[in-house]
Ligand binder design. Sequence first.
Ligand code: APR
Ligand code: ZN
Ligand code: ZN
Length: 361
Amino acid sequence: MTISVQGVVAGGKGEPAELTTVLVPEPGPGEALVTVQACGVCHTDLHYKQGGIGDDFPYLLGHEAAGLVDAVGPSVTEVAPGDFVILNWRAVCGRCRACSRGRPWYCFNTRNASQKMTLADGTVVSPALGIGAFAEKTLVAAGQCTKVNPAIPAATAGLLGCGVMAGIGAAINTGGVTRGDSVAVIGCGGVGDGAILGAWLAGARTIIAVDVDDRKLDWARGFGATHVINSRSADPVAGIRELTGGFGADVVIEAIGRPETYQQAFYARDLAGVVVLVGVPTPEMRLELPLIDVFGRGGALKSSWYGDCLPSRDFPMLVDLHLAGRLPLDKFASETIGLGDVEEAFAKMARGEVLRSVVTL
Ligand code: APR
Ligand code: ZN
Ligand code: ZN
């Protein structure tokens, strides 16, 4: 039986997102119906609304979520009704060339629900990142549900579903940060602060936060930054080198997605160091670097997709570290809001007033 729920839908490019009725089908084979308990407001939702990701309007926004499995379709064995889960957008297929080479965190054929959710008039909605969790209930592939310890509050757990995981994973999974390393993070929003926290968790000795906003730099210290540089008033490359014995950091993480900050990352790393790009650029951006420097500085220039995370491996582990008091994930949630407040949260995000607004239901 199809159920009717309230969800936040972006109807067309640049139009305000509105709370409206969404019809959700009963889960079919391989699918799960999830009662959403919390969902963070991520930049990608804003990009969807602005038409920056595609033209498949209307979009059902929201993708950084946790909740309870309500029902599962036939043949679902991964999860059962009542399970507390974080939703992921990497439900690995197990068969593509990445999966079959034992690198499922790169899965090239991730799964989503096959049935469609619709508006009341039957118009099919496109769920953001195959999730669509600014809604009382949503339909996903069962593999998009990662079971974690239910002792963690949903508003904290949901953050691991996207930005915070991307940041932590950029440091730990992609950058390979390990104890004793020096790490610099350029851009200290939710993703950059996730990277700072990941570097701290991995035992980095020096963690340098770079941003143009002093308020963001203050928050970055709370996640483990040992030094901060405001790149509006100081040259970040010179600053990072000075703080690392004149050499540059072992790992530099770019968490903005702009050519000029990527260039800073490139020159702020030590010889044979690693640059990780986790910020998402726009299609028209171009990068120009002397090829001799790409060769001569050695090391690795890497991109980090979703923090190169494997949800089944990383979500339960990070939740348990949080519950053990070793990972202050709760600090990312600046405020909790209602489903009707998403538009206002986009404005706060644009003004840099919050790390994450989290819708709780
Ligand atoms: N130099 C330094 N810091 C900058 C600069 C700059 N030129 N431009 C912006 N910043 C800072 C902002 O002040 C802000 O603190 O970068 C941070 C970006 O943070 P958010 O806008 O909150 O973005 P976040 O959610 O962290 O995502 C970062 O990762 O997933 C992608 O699409 C996302 O590309 C975005 C990036
Ligand atoms: Zn695969
Ligand atoms: Zn996101």
